[in-house]
Write a protein that binds this ligand. Sequence first.
Ligand code: SF4
Length: 184
Amino acid sequence: MNYTVSTREATVAADELISRYRDVERFKQYCLQCPGYGKSWSCPPFDFDPRTCSDGYKSVRLMGTIIEFDNETRIACKTTEEAISVGRQAMENVWKTLLPQLYEMERNEPGSRCFTFRCVLCPEGCTRPQGKPCRHPEQMRHSLESVGFDIEAMARDLLGITLEWSADGSLAKHITLVTALFSR
Ligand code: SF4
């Protein structure tokens, strides 16, 4: 598997991001159709109003981490299962580096909070399906989409990235992880 990783970012006022790109009710409907709905503590439904996640923040550093696969890797994926597996493996590899970087950004800016990706901190799986509490609530972070942000529109308008989805089961040319740091 061969891929390159690049990053684009933009800093925007939190108020602007919220007014233009957050629609909690609309994205709740998409979450309801996801097979992972209610299976991770980082995903809806929440026992709090997701709008409160952005309370008190002034600016947002929005980041798009682009994983771009070479042609050989894409052609080598002969089935949908292989494409899913390669895409997932690449995301996990990149995530291992990206998540510590996001935590580091938080540490460097007291009061800030990062928004990441559906939580995959526990290799043994999330405790939520067993009705047990989160093992690492201090480390768990929410994704932007889980709290109602339109990552497709933000990536397009603010980062110049078109999120790619593979409709025919082949491996997409690129996968983008959209993350953010909210600062006070
Ligand atoms: S830290 Fe573990 S238990 Fe908590 S949300 Fe993440 S996967 Fe689930």
